[in-house]
Design a protein around this ligand. Structure first.
Ligand SMILES: [Zn+2]
Ligand SMILES: [Zn+2]
Length: 444
């Protein structure tokens, strides 16, 4: 923690060096002696003691200053708040303390008119990003601005936090932002003018993981930037061949997270993790084919990170999904209670393209009993699967027999397994989350 953030500025005042170095007693003594030192600022950037404490991760000093009612939103020359600096340097504890002390998450700096959310996304500190989003949910911001507007807040150049995360190759931040309602096809161009989407930015920097996530959230491969280029052209121009392969408009459309479906937005975290993993796996299969044509090796760390399907084949004493007879049943449909694997659940949900004539996207039906799917939960007998399947632990729990699946639904699930190949699912999707229900129908 010895790293100083004074940028070589020689402090005219001993207080600032002491804050940077985390010399708590010294700082306290100096303030006791002359409380007015707190009104002084350091260097050209006019940093306050609170800024320096936040940026250097000096938790104790930060708390002490806040206890002495220093304004948590005190500004430096560039109208940066201590929270922005804490987030920029990934000092999550300091960020949390500041938020708890009432720091405003909706302040704009004067450099590029960015908020602390932009800083978190740009510098890739996902823990800080989460803390800010959590704060925005409960703070006055949610009432005054609305949470959705806050997540999609634009800087002076029209960039949303999602743009910055994509541009700086921060897949984790990209994912968190999308999960919190960031618009996947947001454009930097205002007032109807064309601009860049996050997909253009990801294509430009060649972040395969960002491209992958954005596509899975429905990013449109056909949108033009202000120079009239689609993301594919941008990737080619910067010689990112793997990204270009996925962005090629003539290549198969990836499986897209069925975000407009009500029960998908209300998934419990475990079921969500299972389904997201299934989505990644399905898209990875598709990518393999695409990338094989472009490059010999598969350059993504995701590839090795996510376990292979061996889990399913090694497990002998578990129910296999009665749709694909390949994967283990991990998802239970409510209210009917039928079970299937995450891949098939997802295929079922992604398959149904919203009907433009109905105000609500129609919920898919259970393939076994044709009753409406209200909710998806993790199948009880498979609670261990989400946390890297441990087959030894499951036999302890009695499993419900799924034999009934087979007899009841033999006619309907055949239709579903026919579409088991994920490549067929979905036509061109717009990717605009909010507008997706108005998109074209894609009748099978
Ligand atoms: Zn299945
Ligand atoms: Zn059912």
């Amino acid at each position: 923690m010895g790293q100083k953030l004074s940028c070589g500025v020689h402090h005219e005042n001993g207080l600032f060096s002491a804050v940077e170095d985390g010399e708590f007693e010294l700082v306290e003594a100096m303030i006791e002696e002359d409380p007015s030192v707190l009104e002084q600022t350091s260097g050209h950037g006019r940093l306050s003691a609170l800024h320096l404490a936040a940026a250097n991760g000096r938790i104790e000093i930060l708390s002490m200053l806040l206890d002495r009612s220093v304004n948590p939103d005190i500004l430096n020359r560039y109208k940066q708040t201590p929270l922005m600096l804490a987030v920029m340097h990934g000092k999550i504890s300091c960020a949390e303390i500041l938020i708890r002390a009432g720091a405003n998450v909706l302040m704009f700096d004067s450099l590029r008119r960015r908020t602390c959310l932009h800083y978190a996304a740009y510098y890739g500190h996902s823990d800080c990003l989460k803390a800010i989003l959590l704060a925005a949910h409960s703070s006055p911001v949610a009432d005054s601005w609305g949470f959705a507007r806050f997540v999609n807040i634009r800087d002076r150049n029209g960039a949303t936090p999602l743009h910055l995360a994509a541009r700086q190759r921060r897949p984790e931040c990209v994912h968190i932002l999308l999960d919190n309602g960031a618009l996947v096809c947001a454009s930097t161009g205002g007032y109807g003018y064309p601009g860049s989407t996050p997909l253009h930015f990801a294509a430009r920097c060649g972040s395969l993981d960002c491209v992958r996530i954005l596509l899975a959230w429905g990013a449109d491969r056909f949108l033009l930037d202000s120079s009239g280029r689609i993301p594919y052209t941008v990737a080619l121009k910067h010689k990112h061949r793997a990204c270009a392969a996925l962005l090629n408009p003539s290549s198969a459309e990836p499986l897209v997270w069925p975000s407009p479906l009500k029960f998908i937005s209300e998934l419990c975290p475990e079921a969500k993790a299972l389904l997201e993993k299934a989505l990644l796996e399905a898209n990875r299969e598709r990518e393999k084919t695409l990338l094989k044509q472009t490059i010999d090796t598969f350059p993504s760390p995701l590839h090795s990170e996510i376990g292979d399907d061996d889990n399913a084949s090694e497990v002998t004493d578990v129910e296999l999904c009665c749709i694909c007879f390949d994967q283990v049943c991990t998802i239970e449909v409510r209210p009917c209670g039928h079970q299937m694997c995450a891949h098939c659940s997802l295929a079922l949900c992604c398959h149904k393209k919203p009907d433009p004539n109905s105000p609500f996207p129609s919920a898919p039906l259970c393939p076994f009993c044709r009753s409406m799917i209200i909710q998806l939960v993790v199948a009880e007998n498979n609670l261990s699967i989400g946390a890297e399947a441990e087959p030894e632990s499951s036999p302890a729990k009695p499993r419900r027999s799924r034999k009934s699946n087979f007899s009841e639904g033999s006619s309907s699930f055949k239709g579903l397994s026919a579409m088991g190949s994920f490549g067929k699912i979905g036509g061109r999707s717009s990717g605009k989350i909010a507008a997706e229900c108005n998109e074209e129908v894609d009748k099978p």
